[in-house]
Design a protein around this ligand. Structure first.
Ligand SMILES: *[C@@H]1O[C@H](CO)[C@@H](O)[C@H](O)[C@H]1NC(C)=O
Length: 186
């Protein structure tokens, strides 16, 4: 009986994770979900609905290109490899936007639709990270609070193509010429 109760409590604690997830109503977007993305992705316009955007930097990762823009977060497990790539390429983190849901109800559905776009959890994973507001020159704005955001990331994507300035809109500079419209059939 005690064991059963214990199991019940553990299950409840585990499930409470999803409630915490919904408490953070911001998503850091750096690729085809950027409000200014110009790669023709068919989902960008719908994602922008009910969101307000603030330009931000996520310093703790690297932007790779592997079929899609893909962030790998630097963690304890990969820091040796990733710190080397970061240094060798003179990386500067990832430029993007903190997209914050601006309605009181319905963030769960918004997050679910973003999950579907990002093919979470089979293609991308989702975690919470801290990002920093930046100005138009991509300098961190001193005195502005950092923001907690969800981020979609791929820890094991192909690492051959590094976008060292972290800016998906500069992808041509790295030889990336994509138009996602072409690959999409209604
Ligand atoms: C997501 O994270 C889990 C747990 O760390 C891992 O097993 C899985 O391979 C990851 N999926 C992707 C797409 O990276």
């Amino acid at each position: 009986m005690i064991l059963l109760l214990l199991l019940l409590v553990i299950t409840m604690i585990e499930n409470s994770g999803s409630i915490e997830t919904l408490e953070c109503k911001s998503i850091f977007v750096y690729g085809t979900l950027r409000p200014d993305d110009n790669s023709g992705a068919p989902w960008t316009i719908e994602f922008k609905q009910d969101m307000v955007f603030k330009k931000c930097l996520f310093p703790n990762g690297i932007l790779f290109y592997d079929s899609y823009p893909s962030v790998t977060i630097i963690t304890k497990d990969n820091e040796q490899d990733l710190n080397k790539i970061y240094k060798d390429n003179q990386c500067r983190g990832i430029i993007g936007y903190c997209a914050t849901f601006n309605k009181n109800e319905g963030f769960g559905e918004k997050l679910s639709s973003a999950d579907a776009i990002e093919e979470y959890p089979s293609l991308y994973n989702r975690s919470l990270v801290t990002v920093y507001p930046i100005d138009e020159e991509n300098n961190v704005i001193q005195g502005e609070d950092s923001i907690q955001c969800h981020i979609y990331h791929r820890q094991n994507c192909n690492r051959d193509i590094v976008l060292s300035d972290g800016d998906w809109l500069n992808r041509l500079k790295y030889g990336i010429n994509v138009d996602y419209q072409c690959n999409y059939f209604n």
